[in-house]
Design a protein around this ligand. Structure first.
Ligand SMILES: *[C@@H]1O[C@H](CO)[C@@H](O)[C@H](O)[C@H]1NC(C)=O
Ligand SMILES: *[C@@H]1O[C@H](CO)[C@@H](O)[C@H](O)[C@H]1NC(C)=O
Ligand SMILES: *[C@@H]1O[C@H](CO)[C@@H](O)[C@H](O)[C@H]1NC(C)=O
Ligand SMILES: *[C@@H]1O[C@H](CO)[C@@H](O)[C@H](O)[C@H]1NC(C)=O
Length: 410
């Protein structure tokens, strides 16, 4: 509001420029120091879950949380749902919109949420879900603990029922999730589906390397997503981007342990929506199985993925730093997911396998316009390699520019 007054004021151009700079730095100071949710807004009404019957301790607080949410969401002014310090156990919880107040509705988690560690208590694929909300900010210095360590042993793999994601955004438009720490989910840490314009930042996401299917951030059928300034160490994909995603930007994320940053698996569904416009920049992969991977199912129905850029990526002891696998889960039949316009620029670091660049495209729909520029990967594996690090390429036309280690496919 201050900005609008400044801009419409009758002061001279110079004076308003200076005022504007002061205003901008003031605003950024306020945001930087306290974060939006920490700033006291006199117009904002706080809905503390304690006032709706929640208790720290061992009883399931889901109903109290939902009561508090309903009050906040139906309030016609600015609203903030607050989970204060303390540890709260909850089962499956849906925070359902649309809400009546001005966007965004805020959810501040200061304490720790613990999931009831019994998969049979969850009918759907989430523990905490935000649904049908336009304008949502989830923030706080708190932790969501899926208590997955109690249930991972029952995981039956990709073919079986999916364990609940700790946090799901489903049909959320204009959503932000930041600062939160997520540990030990039963399934994915964060799942974003059928949503639009979502920002995830300053997140800390942790689970052991051997925890099954615990993707860090799993994104599907969503456009305009940014993930930045986060640290993700988990058992499965650091970030997984699957069908129907477009305009996804990932920046300054550190991954590891885990399976790395993955586009795919693609080609799982009939009439699968295409993937378009994915950029991954300034990321570090630390001790991951894969670095930057595109994977599509062998024998898949047709679809496309295009406009993919990986730039300024550092690999530390990564097993498959650059990999395209169009024979995922099925070595015999070709995938029909067409890959085009995939660029790798400034990728450096170390590989623990001899094949540093592994591009295996489909022979029915060969990859088009794949380019590698300025690649520098050194082999640091245990086995002795007589020829150093190498590249493997099938069914792809590759363009090379700048430095290349491993040396290009012939
Ligand atoms: C990158 O993210 C880390 C947190 O993971 C943060 O401390 C750092 O400031 C970020 N760097 C930039 C340039 O934003
Ligand atoms: C991203 O990486 C490049 C190359 O390493 C570096 O020049 C640039 O400052 C980095 N940007 C950020 C925002 O960290
Ligand atoms: C990389 O992994 C090693 C071993 O797991 C760990 O000691 C180191 O702190 C990690 N580095 C970063 C940047 O996360
Ligand atoms: C290639 O990488 C080197 C070292 O990482 C860097 O100095 C140079 O600017 C890069 N070249 C391009 C074209 O980005």
């Amino acid at each position: 509001m201050a900005m609008a007054i400044l801009f419409t004021g009758k002061s001279s151009a110079n004076a308003s420029l200076i005022l504007c700079i002061i205003a901008v730095s003031f605003v950024s100071m306020a945001l930087g120091r306290h974060g939006l949710a920490g700033r006291k807004d006199p117009d904002e009404k706080v809905f503390n879950v304690l006032r709706y019957g929640a208790h720290p301790g061992s009883e399931d607080n889901a109903l109290s949380f939902i009561r508090a949410w309903k009050a906040a969401c139906n309030y016609r002014g600015k609203a903030r749902l607050l989970v204060p310090k303390g540890t709260f156990l909850t089962g499956a919880t849906i925070f359902q919109g649309p809400c009546l107040g001005p966007a965004p509705i805020k959810v501040q988690i200061a304490g720790t949420l613990r999931a009831v560690p019994d998969p049979s208590m969850y009918e759907e694929d989430f523990w905490i879900s935000f649904e049908n909300i336009n304008g949502l900010l989830v923030t706080g210095t708190g932790t969501v603990d899926g208590q997955g360590n109690a249930v991972w042993k029952y995981n039956v793999g990709d073919g079986g029922a999916r364990f609940p994601s700790s946090i799901k955004f489903n049909h959320v438009v204009n959503g932000i999730i930041r600062q939160i720490t997520s540990v030990n989910p039963m399934g994915f840490h964060i799942s974003i589906v059928l949503s639009q314009n979502i920002r995830a930042k300053n997140l800390r996401i942790f689970a052991p390397a051997d925890s099954p299917n615990t993707d860090g951030i799993h994104i599907s059928q969503t456009n305009q997503v940014s993930v930045s300034n986060s640290v993700i160490g988990t058992g499965d994909d650091c970030i997984g981007i699957i069908r129907g995603c477009s305009d996804v930007r990932i920046r300054n994320v550190t991954c590891g342990p885990g399976h790395g940053i993955s586009i795919g698996s693609l080609g799982k569904y009939q009439d699968e929506e295409d993937v378009r416009g994915i950029t991954v920049k300034n990321c570090t992969l630390n001790n991951t199985d894969n670095g930057i991977r595109i994977k599509t199912f062998g024998g898949s129905p047709p679809s496309q993925a295009s406009g993919i850029l990986f730039q300024d990526i550092v690999m530390n002891r990564v097993k498959n730093p650059i990999i395209i696998d169009q024979f995922y889960g099925n070595k015999e039949s070709p995938s029909r997911v067409k890959l085009r316009d995939v660029r790798y620029h400034n990728i450096r670091g170390t590989s623990t396998s001899v094949v540093g660049v592994n591009i295996k495209c489909s022979h029915t729909v060969p990859c088009e316009r794949v380019s590698l520029s300025n690649i520098s990967l050194n082999y640091v594996g245990e086995k002795k390699s007589n020829h150093g690090i190498s590249s493997v390429c099938t069914n792809a036309k590759l363009n090379y520019a700048g430095f290349q280690l491993p040396s290009p496919c012939r």
